[in-house]
Design a protein around this ligand. Structure first.
Ligand code: GLU
Length: 477
């Protein structure tokens, strides 16, 4: 008996493009421009040798894709992962394009990847890999403050960004804007307060805004506030950890399950996110965590009954294989591409509300934008105005007390004199950005008769903005 060939699965970039094409049907722009917006403008593959600590030589492969440079610089992180490949980097670069557009960050979209599992390398080996990869990209014009600005992504962080910035500075010693060639740097080395937790913070702000929209909550069958909501989080890396921690500690949500590589921990009463993370840092995984119930088949827990599911790990976690069994009322995509195109169709038909990645995890690039601005202006936010604001506010409080003959309560005074320092300003800028973008998406969703989900609404708005940039610029003959 002949075996029926299995239907080939769509690649990550095909999946993203199908979602974008679905939204493009609603945008009235020339067909050729649609093709241009979808296409990845260029991608470079680099291979280079590095000397390992034991003296042996390893060949390392990496990529950097520029999906769109309709705005400069092109922006996006660098991922270190064992199975990263060109298609994934292109897909992630394209998501950066739409992401920047939806949150009004004036950048194009890019992404890089190095095919290594960072856990297999020593710190000095990682430094050699990072410096050499950066050198290759800089040499070929793929890193510069005005052209292409990387940032952290999975497997990279402040340390790698600092190495990249150092390589760039050594290759361009006269460039006074050298710090702006990469974001996500340590604060003491050109970074900005609040960047590390920015993506997780952005997820929190997105959810808070969702809960200010009764019509949207109703669609998901949710009511009230985030307080007491039962949340499942997949991935306790930088994004998942911060999102879950803030939602638990500041919004009173219950994190009833945390899914990690080595299994999941369930506790209906709510897990202490910080304590799970501390345990993971000490023991390398969640197995053996003393509270809650351990489940070895972690991915199965995506199917748990909950109010909100936060996939914050990898792409393609919700597929045709499990989409039918997902029970969450609301999914917020903290990771890039956690739901495949086909799974998205199933979830849509089942009425599950999805806050899409291109918007939900845009907090990182938003604060990267602030860091880039800080680097170009060569001054910390608030440096010129902080004392002046403090002085003015004190004068206002004194005047009010003098006129009324009454003392303002200390709690009110404390809020009024909140210093306009960098972290406060970053948070304010991020919150405003996330709230405004949500409002745009929700409005498009409710006003466009043929748009029936937030993802399509989000891409619809992004595409319109990108198209407008092209049309205003004119296309060079
Ligand atoms: N890697 C992050 C993302 O996927 C941040 C990108 C950036 O800050 O440029 O959005």
């Amino acid at each position: 008996m002949a075996i029926a060939p299995t239907k080939p699965r769509k690649s990550f970039s095909q999946s993203v493009n199908l979602m974008v094409e679905r939204a493009m049907q609603h945008v009235n722009i020339p067909e050729g421009l649609k093709q241009q917006i979808i296409a990845c403008n260029n991608v470079i593959e680099v291979q280079f040798p590095i000397v390992m600590d034991d003296g042996s030589v390893r060949t390392i492969k990496g990529w950097r894709a520029v999906h769109s440079d309709h705005r400069s610089p092109a922006k996006g992180g660098i991922r270190y992962a064992a199975n990263v490949n060109q298609d994934e980097v292109i897909a992630l670069a394209s998501l950066m394009t739409y992401k920047c557009a939806i949150v009004n960050v004036p950048f194009g979209g890019s992404k890089g990847g190095v095919k290594i599992d960072p856990r297999d390398f020593s710190e000095s080996e990682l430094e050699r890999i990072t410096r050499r990869y950066a050198y290759e990209l800089i040499l070929k014009g793929y890193i510069s403050s005005g052209g292409n600005v990387p940032a952290p992504d999975m497997g990279t962080g402040q340390r790698e960004m600092s190495w990249i910035s150092d390589v760039y500075r050594s290759m361009h010693p006269d460039d006074i804007n050298h710090f702006a060639c990469v974001t996500g740097k340590p604060v003491a080395n050109g970074g900005i307060q609040g960047r590390v937790e920015a993506t997780g913070r952005g997820v929190q702000y997105a959810l808070q805004e969702f809960f200010r929209h009764p019509r949207d909550m109703e669609m998901a069958g949710l009511s009230g506030s985030l307080e007491g909501k039962r949340i499942v989080v997949q991935g306790l890396g930088n994004v998942g950890f911060h999102a879950a921690k803030f939602l638990q500690e500041e919004d009173g949500a219950h994190i009833i399950c945390i899914i990690e590589r080595d299994g999941a921990i369930i506790d209906e009463n709510g897990l202490n996110v910080q304590s799970v993370r501390d345990y993971m840092d000490e023991y390398g995984g969640i197995q053996g965590y003393p509270e809650g119930k351990y489940v070895a088949d972690g991915i199965k827990c995506l199917e748990l009954d909950c109010d909100i599911l936060i996939p914050a790990a990898l792409e393609s976690q919700i597929t045709v294989d499990n989409a039918e069994r997902i029970q969450a009322r609301l999914i917020i995509e903290a990771a890039n591409g956690p739901i495949t195109f086909d799974a998205d169709e199933i979830l849509r038909q089942r009425g599950i509300v999805i806050i899409p990645d291109a918007y939900a995890n845009a907090g990182g690039v938003t604060v990267s934008y602030f860091e880039w601005l800080k680097n170009l202006s060569h001054v910390r936010f608030g440096r010129m105005t902080r004392r002046l604001d403090e002085y003015r506010m004190k004068q206002i409080i004194d005047a009010m007390e003098l006129l009324t003959g009454k003392q303002l309560p200390d709690s009110v005074k404390k809020n009024l004199t909140l210093p306009t320092e960098e972290l406060v300003m970053v948070r304010s800028g991020l919150e405003d950005t996330m709230r405004l973008a949500y409002q745009e998406i929700s409005q498009a969703f409710h006003e466009q008769p043929n748009i029936h989900d937030f993802r399509t609404a989000c891409f619809y708005i992004s595409i319109k903005k990108i198209a407008q940039t092209y049309l205003d610029m004119g296309i060079w003959p």
